[in-house]
Design a protein around this ligand. Structure first.
Ligand code: APR
Length: 267
């Protein structure tokens, strides 16, 4: 997608200085961590949560994304997640996902941490790696994944099953214990997986730069990770069309879209 004239003009203005500074910080970083949110997938067609038209503008998280909602009405919750799975299956990684994966594979010292459950970073890692090992670009998914099931009784993880959400009786069951399966995502009020969070924390604390892309930085503990980088002597670079609670803590904060800006910063 070419840049519109206004964008070009803006680029010629102050933004190019910010981009040049951000590129310097990123190029000179021995280690880096990336924190992404729903905004990195917006240009792939995945709705964000809190923007105009975002999921939480259309649906009530308390009805769909809490353990209580699942206990109260698992059929409704599964119907919604089945819809999100179908939507995500029709989307593809965009230029930002691809650039981050290529950067991580090229450098080998970049950790991609994502709040997203859409699996697009994982797909970009596979595409970027080709026949090589994708793990340098495989994301740390702190909020879990839509593309995995988890048993609500014995916690066993499994490949996602087709979901028939017409009635409670048709909802997917665990092969191991017969318990009701749920999507393997972290719901509001639930703890993040300790080992996954520890991995994200260690990467953030030890990084020279934390590149924050497309998050409103409102949901913790993920939103605190960039501050761990800063506390460890590193710097924050932010990419978002809007200001966020992290903007004041960033060495450089660039107003722009992920697919436009990230390839320029990491290429
Ligand atoms: N490029 C970059 N950023 C964008 C783009 C884009 N094309 N479009 C929107 N954004 C920005 C918005 O300005 C906003 O700051 O992405 C952010 C999206 O914010 P949210 O919708 O709040 O999503 P996120 O920060 O990922 O939410 C965190 O909250 O609902 C829970 O578990 C869910 O992981 C999610 C968490």
């Amino acid at each position: 997608m070419g840049l519109a004239y206004d964008d070009l003009e803006r680029l010629v203005g102050g933004v190019s200085d910010d981009i040049a500074r951000a590129r310097d910080l990123i190029e000179n970083a021995a280690t880096a961590v990336v924190l992404t949110g729903a905004g990195v997938s917006a240009e792939s067609g995945v709705p964000t949560f809190r923007d105009a038209g975002g999921l939480w503008k259309q649906f009530r998280p308390e009805d769909l994304a809490t353990p209580h909602a699942f206990a109260r009405n698992p059929r409704l919750v599964w119907e919604w997640y089945a819809w999100r799975r179908t939507l995500v299956a029709e989307c593809a990684p965009n230029a930002a996902h691809r650039a981050l994966a290529e950067w991580a594979i090229r450098r080998g010292t970049v950790t991609i941490v994502t709040q997203n459950v859409d699996g697009l970073h994982t797909r970009a890692a596979r595409d970027a790696a080709g026949s090589a090992d994708p793990s340098p670009a495989s994301p740390v998914e702190v909020h879990g994944s839509l593309l995995r099931d988890r048993c609500s009784a014995c916690d066993a993880r499994s490949e996602p099953r087709p979901v028939d959400a017409t009635s409670i009786a048709t909802l997917p069951r665990c092969d191991r214990c017969g318990g009701m399966l749920r999507p393997d995502v972290v719901w509001f009020g639930e703890m993040l997986d300790e080992a996954v969070l520890a991995k994200a924390d260690a990467a953030a604390a030890g990084a020279d730069v934390c590149l924050v892309v497309g998050t409103s930085a409102l949901v913790h503990p993920a939103a605190s990770l960039p501050l761990h980088t800063r506390a460890g002597g590193g710097v924050i670079v932010e990419v978002n069309p809007e200001e966020t609670p992290l903007t004041h803590a960033a060495a450089v904060s660039i107003r722009g879209s992920a697919a436009d800006i990230v390839p320029v910063l990491t290429g």
